[in-house]
Design a protein around this ligand. Structure first.
Ligand code: ADP
Ligand code: MG
Length: 367
């Protein structure tokens, strides 16, 4: 088991800078998720940790040991990829044992490790099967088993569930969470899926264009994002962003938090009192107001209200989504519990709780 430390790590491919100076301290036993949109450098960063790619500059240590220039095989990491890459002509047992055989491990030791991995992954009854006689989920478990038998200090996963259908993905996600609980080994997991990130991670690294946008617990990122990018990426459906103009400064009812009164032209010039982290921007400053779809309240509450036409209503049974038109022609995603009472093209009135809204500069920095 081991913690990791990345210090000013950069990576360029020729003239193209892909990773721009990442600093990161990961504790022993943590489950860390790298999340971000496609092409932001998640896989590259993971491959730098594994040693499959060499850093352009900066240092990397695993378990307190500088491994910046250490061969992948000697770093004590094991990687699981999206493609299972199993040997089709070998049984499950031999697929898991292969790497250890190649490095000359004693037969009894190999058997002990494979049997234990099979037990953890509930593959014991399948040890004599060949991959073609197995489901996608079972094959991915064999690929994970191949990593477990190496008894690594750190597990590295690169979008391991992306090839599976939605139902299997949920099952495997639970299995990977359980695996982490059982083994207690440090894990780094790459995904573009914010739900996987939220459900698996102790702490999430949000990446954008090779830069670290925020590093924190799932709930910290959701409740207190540092910028509009993180606020928009974490949470589903995505946060609504609306242009506003600062009109006044104030305090919350308990006097504990500063607030800005912001007028929102797109919402019929409605004014919201929004908490701010630091100083209230000067009167007249243009800002962006972020409101999560789940933070609208009933229209009969004494909250600030907005009435708009529902361009579209999606009924999912347990929840409904209203897509309410706003002034400039954009729309607001509103989540309602249970069945929607509104149908397409009808007017709907929703309540907005300003205390749950967030403020950003027009460059996306949190105010
Ligand atoms: P992600 O995993 O977040 O989707 P990647 O780490 O695979 O992103 O890629 C990040 C960026 O680096 C992309 O723009 C990609 O085209 C580029 N890239 C990755 N590998 C190479 C390479 N071997 N040569 C040149 N560019 C690369
Ligand atoms: Mg990738």
């Amino acid at each position: 088991m081991a913690g990791l430390e990345l210090s000013s790590v950069t990576k360029s491919f020729g003239q193209v800078d892909v990773i721009h100076g990442i600093d990161l301290k990961i504790n022993d036993g943590e489950f860390i998720v790298f999340v971000g949109p496609s092409g932001c450098g998640k896989s590259t960063l993971l491959r730098l940790v594994s040693g499959l790619e060499e850093t352009t500059s900066g240092t990397l240590s695993i378990g307190g040991e500088d491994v910046t220039h250490v061969e992948p095989a000697d770093r004590g990491v094991a990687m699981v990829f999206q493609s299972y890459a199993l040997y089709p002509h070998m049984t499950v047992y031999d697929n898991m044992a292969f790497g250890l055989k190649m490095t000359g491990h004693p037969k009894a030791d190999i058997k002990r490790r494979v049997d234990r991995a099979a037990e953890i992954l509930e593959l014991t009854p399948l040890l004599d099967r060949k991959p073609k006689a197995m489901s996608g989920g079972q094959r991915q478990r064999v690929a994970i088993g191949r990593a477990i038998v190496r008894e690594p200090k750190v597990f590295l996963f690169d979008e391991p569930l992306s090839n599976l259908d939605a139902e299997l993905r949920v099952q495997m996600r639970l299995q990977i969470a359980k695996l982490h609980r059982d083994l207690g080994t440090t894990m780094i997991y790459v995904t573009h899926d914010q739900t996987e990130a939220m459900t698996l991670a102790d702490r999430i690294v949000v990446l954008r264009s090779g830069r670290l946008e925020q590093f924190g617990s799932p709930i910290a990122l959701y409740d207190d994002p540092d910028n509009a990018f993180v606020a928009g990426f974490i949470g589903s459906p995505r946060m609504n962003f609306l242009r506003g103009v600062v009109e006044d400064a104030g305090m919350t009812a308990d006097g504990g938090t500063r607030t800005a009164t912001v007028r929102i032209p797109d919402l019929s010039n409605l004014s919201l009192s929004v908490p701010v982290r630091g100083d209230v921007p000067a009167k007249g400053t243009t800002v962006d107001v972020g409101i999560r779809p789940e933070h609208f309240v009933g229209s009969d509450d004494s909250a600030t209200q907005y009435t708009g036409v529902a361009n579209m209503v999606e009924q999912l049974g347990g929840v409904s989504y209203l897509y309410l038109g706003v002034g400039s022609g954009g729309q607001l995603t509103v989540e309602q519990k249970g069945h929607a009472m509104t149908t397409d093209g009808e007017q709907a009135t929703v309540g907005i709780d300003g205390s749950r809204a967030m403020l950003f500069t027009t460059d996306g920095a949190r105010v």
